[in-house]
Design a protein around this ligand. Sequence first.
Ligand SMILES: Cc1cc2nc3c(=O)[nH]c(=O)nc-3n(C[C@H](O)[C@H](O)[C@H](O)COP(=O)(O)O)c2cc1C
Ligand SMILES: O=C(O)C(=O)c1ccccc1
Length: 390
Amino acid sequence: MSGYGDYSLEIYLNGLNGVVPDLPMTYADLEARASAAMSPALLSYVAGGAGDEFTQRANAAAFGQWGLIPRMLRATGSRALSVDLFGMTLPSPLFLAPIGVIGLCAQDGHGDLATARAAARTGVPMVASTLMNDPLEAVAADLGDTPGLFQLYTPRDRDLAASLVQRAETAGYRGIVVTLDTWMLGWRPRDLSVANFPQLRGNALANYTSDPVFRASLAKPPEEDMPAATLQWATIFGNPLSWDDLPWLRSLTSLPLLLKGVCHPEDVRRARDLGVDGVYCSTHGGRQVNGGMTALDALPGVVEAADGMPVLFDSGVRSGADVVKALALGATAVGIGRPYAYGLALGGEDGIVHVLRSLLAETDLTMAIDGYPSIADLSPEALHRNAFRA
Ligand SMILES: Cc1cc2nc3c(=O)[nH]c(=O)nc-3n(C[C@H](O)[C@H](O)[C@H](O)COP(=O)(O)O)c2cc1C
Ligand SMILES: O=C(O)C(=O)c1ccccc1
């Protein structure tokens, strides 16, 4: 049974001793204070999105269409927030979405490890990006007993893809998440304005530079010629996959295989037919394309087509109320993106833990007060279409 809501009591009790939180309690404050703590180039990369960022804003605003219907007298004195995913029992429905430059968001450049340690402390699983400053093996070691999934950016070199997946299996990751919406880079005016793309400067490439297949493709080891290694990375990074590649992807692993960026029911059905174990409904936080549908609008159709297969969700989740709504629309687990990057930039590992505990507390309190004692009680019928939109 969840005691996540007790985080607020803990804070109020600390106040009796004159202690007030040194980390932000609102998303607006988190974003503002983290922005001030980051370099302008890193901030434009993390906070920015595609085009004029309409889709990025709409992803978050879409939650305002829905309101949880309060129900009374439903004995919500304790809440059940745990979820089952691929045979794992997770303590809560949250997970950490893959963030390729999370390493850079920490002062020491090891934000991938800090994220893994925050995952270990909270039990919130981490989806580790292909693009990390530390190799996937080191990140797995810091996860402890908390499960990790490995997010694959499928390179053009099939042997390199196979090597990365094999390494993830050996390191103990519990699933492979293949991201399909980012085999090429979208139009990102903020980054273009400062002519900065972190990976092209050699950042977050540790999984490549530590890989025997990648190293064998280089004339000189990356330690001697990183610019050449980086150019090689740019050449092989993105593979424009088709459905014909799916049997090959499936053959790479016996771990659960998930596809990230899937928003159309027909794509869900096709993935299912080809032996995929789960789909991940996301619009990449509006970073890749602008002007499209929001991830939340796509979610009900994806859930229906998934027909019981797990559906991970992210894009625009900023509060516990958002988490509850995504669960009610059928998400199996809900991914946190930018909020934890800001938590890390502002407060290191403790900053991530604070962001996660705050989101979980608000989720728990929302379910308690509105009369939904377990995640199983959350369904589309629990939601009302709001007439008023802020
Ligand atoms: C700075 C940054 C880097 C990201 N890198 C990756 C990545 O390496 N792989 C991936 O699949 N998604 C990546 N994403 C997308 C996230 O996994 C997630 O879909 C997105 O952040 C959700 O939107 P939100 O942060 O606005 O909630 C990245 C997002 C951000 C903000
Ligand atoms: O910045 C991103 O969202 C991201 O994941 C990415 C990674 C490599 C190339 C382009 C985008």
